[in-house]
Design a protein around this ligand. Structure first.
Ligand code: GLN
Length: 494
């Protein structure tokens, strides 16, 4: 049971073999047993979880079960929820209670999900290891000396250790896909604009997008179907998103068992020197298997890839510096004691509230946006972003989908990169371009290197999540990587 997928739990609930309350209890027990080791959850209210599960069982007994009825889903601490605190794992938002639910939270509730609690993350989603959290680092269940990836590391760790069957994350430069890869689970970043950002604490508004972190491809489809859709309160959510929209269409996209006729692009810039050889070999083997399933592998080039990290680390901090200016000690969260005057209150509140990575981003961003530098940095970065987008548009004239490693390395040791931000920034070298281009991307487990999970990343044209899900489910059905679970947490061996 603990390592069941959402759809397996749903089948058992539908058949009357278990109840939402029993399911919720079994995960609450696992959280109680393992969260001390993993630090995957930063807030849990068992009574509230059970109350939701009881309400859900009532819906089911009235034959009014909704698509996610009774299914436990955890959410990253970046999503505003009326229940419990929303702290973005930052001291500046310590004990902040949001006055409303994020749009995706409302959608999950309407679909009948049982919200399990808030998961650990890098402060304000800035990081690749969940070590910048104000609540302490989270650990990877495959080896608790290693990081789970970030910034949605708590969600990834919780799903991988079966403390919850599924979770929501957010992805600004890779924060769903990279931790999914490092923890051996599936993570989907939808096309920018498919999911409303309202009530998701903003990091970089032109890049942020929420998505599911699950055991299986189908589970990711179920959740994305529930959280997608126009929201009149978010101008960046698209009115009539092209492509699949109904739950049945999302599920049908996961029915593929072969890749006949599928042209997969293999970009040479994503198989480079400097990446872990064992990761490269594992992903190459996965691509071989795709060929055996009927796909044609086409060598392609995305020539502006080499600029992606630099472009991202101008655009994301610039937008962050504007978004984080609201934390001034007046409107939200922390205020310093006994300020001498207004300026002292602003500066000391921010100095005490923000951690060093967040400060670094604010400083870089404010510098890049300042007069005299705007053209040289922010504007230039936006221009190169367009070139990166055009690389993908050209590539998709040749191929249906692109496959790459999700991360150049497997999970690294805690503390290994904390003193070296530039090395940490390179963790997202294979995921960032997807956000810059607004495309959908999915990471799924494709093997192990030195006993740690390796992720395969799929990238599709905008709005073609069905292509992503099709390729990923065909690969999943031909392999058994999703069934591998960490032994130390009661799972099977690798
Ligand atoms: N690791 C990247 C960063 O630190 C991406 C984070 C994210 O996607 N939220 O900015």
């Amino acid at each position: 049971m603990p390592f069941s997928s959402l759809s397996e739990i749903k089948t058992r609930l539908d058949a009357g073999e278990t109840s939402a309350v029993e399911v919720a209890k079994s995960y609450l027990d696992r959280i109680a047993a393992h969260n001390n080791t993993l630090n995957a959850f930063v807030h849990i209210d068992p009574e509230h979880v059970l109350a939701q599960a009881e309400a859900s069982d009532k819906y089911r007994s009235k034959h009014e079960a909704r698509p996610l009825e009774g299914l436990p889903i955890a959410v990253k601490d970046i999503f505003c929820t009326q229940d419990g605190p929303t702290q973005c794992c930052s001291n500046i938002l310590k004990d902040f209670h949001a006055p409303y639910d994020a749009h995706v939270i409302t959608k999950l509730k309407e679909a009948g999900a049982v919200l399990v609690g808030k998961t650990n993350m890098d402060e304000f989603a800035m990081g690749s290891s969940t070590e910048t959290s104000a609540f302490g680092p989270c650990r990877n269940p495959w080896n608790t000396d290693t990081i789970p990836g970030g910034s949605s590391g708590g969600s990834a760790s919780a799903v991988a250790a079966a403390l919850t069957p599924a979770a929501l994350g957010t992805d600004t430069g890779g924060s769903i896909r990279q931790p999914a890869s490092l923890c051996g689970i599936t993570g989907l970043k939808p096309t920018y604009g498919r999911v409303s950002r309202r009530g998701i604490i903003a990091f970089a508004s032109s890049l942020d997008q929420a998505g599911p972190m699950t055991r299986t491809v189908k589970d990711s489809a179920m959740i994305t179907a529930a959280i997608s859709g126009h929201d009149s309160a978010d101008a960046t959510s698209v009115t009539d998103a092209p492509g699949i929209s109904s739950l049945n269409e999302w599920l049908a996209a996961c029915d593929k068992t072969d890749m006949k006729g599928l042209k997969i692009g293999r970009p040479k810039e994503y198989f480079v020197d400097g990446m872990d050889d064992a990761v490269r070999t594992t992903v190459e083997a996965a691509l071989k298997q795709c060929e055996e399933l009927g796909a044609e592998i086409v060598d392609i080039s995305l020539p502006h890839t080499k600029y992606a990290v630099a472009v991202y680390y101008v655009i994301a901090p610039s937008e962050a510096s504007a978004n984080l200016s609201r934390y001034d000690g007046v409107r939200f969260g922390h205020r310093c004691d006994n300020p001498e005057d207004l300026l002292d209150m602003y500066t000391r509140s921010r100095d005490e509230g923000f951690g060093s990575e967040v400060k670094r981003r604010i400083l870089t961003g404010a510098f890049a946006l300042s007069s005299g530098y705007y053209d040289a940095y922010y504007l230039k970065a936006q221009q190169v972003r367009t070139l990166i987008q055009q690389d993908f548009i050209k590539a998709f004239e040749q191929v249906d989908i692109i496959a790459t490693p999700t991360s150049p390395v497997t999970a690294f040791k805690l503390g290994e990169k904390t003193d070296d931000p530039l090395t940490m920034y390179l963790s997202d070298i294979f995921t960032i371009a997807v956000n810059l281009a607004g495309l959908p991307g999915l990471s799924q487990p494709c093997g192990f290197a030195d006993n740690m999970p390796v992720g395969l990343q799929w990238i599709a044209p905008a709005w073609q999540e069905d292509t992503l899900l099709g390729a990923a489910s065909a690969y999943e059905s031909a392999t058994d990587w999703t069934a591998k679970t960490p032994e130390a947490f009661g799972g099977g061996a690798t």
